[in-house]
Design a protein around this ligand. Structure first.
Ligand code: CMP
Length: 143
């Protein structure tokens, strides 16, 4: 299987609940290497741009408001089969439907406030990573 990169965001509910450490440990214990990370806060404009694909959805306004409501922690992750493996680690978008032991099943409250984002394809992962990081922020060689 190919080595892939994916983009995650520990969302404002994750930061507010004091779960940055717990969730990051789950990610690292699952074999993901962190190539870039930072604490930041999205504006409504940047949150709207990041989720532009959902602009026509009825929940778009709520999503933008939530994602710009506090600090978040984006990270670029790398691993074999990273995109699919990360989505398995975090669980279904709606935590009520997420498999037991997944991050969303264990920590998330609702479909709107679901703790964590994971890219849905390698291509989107690259696009999403560029939203938060410059190439020079990516530490690929950590030896
Ligand atoms: P995420 O994986 O970050 O990508 C899009 C987000 O939209 C998703 O997580 C959810 O947090 C949010 N979302 C999806 N469906 C709904 C919904 N019905 N109501 C509110 N937010 C939603």
């Amino acid at each position: 299987m190919a080595i892939e990169r994916t983009l995650t965001i520990l969302k404002p509910d994750c930061v507010r609940k004091g779960l940055i450490g717990d969730v990051t440990k789950r990610i690292q214990d699952a074999g993901f290497k962190i190539l870039a990370m930072k604490l930041t806060r999205l504006t409504p404009q940047t949150a709207g741009g990041f989720y532009a694909v959902h602009r026509e959805r009825p929940f778009f306004g709520e999503l933008v408001e939530f994602m710009s409501s506090g600090a978040c922690v984006p990270m670029i992750l790398e691993k074999e089969n990273a995109v699919a493996d990360f989505r398995a680690l975090i669980g279904a978008t709606n935590p009520a439907q997420a498999a037991p032991g997944t991050i969303r099943a264990d920590f998330a409250d609702s479909v709107g406030e679901n703790i964590i984002h994971g890219s849905d394809s390698v291509e989107n992962g690259h696009i999403e990573a560029a939203y938060f990081f410059a190439e020079s922020d990516v530490v690929a060689n950590q030896a």
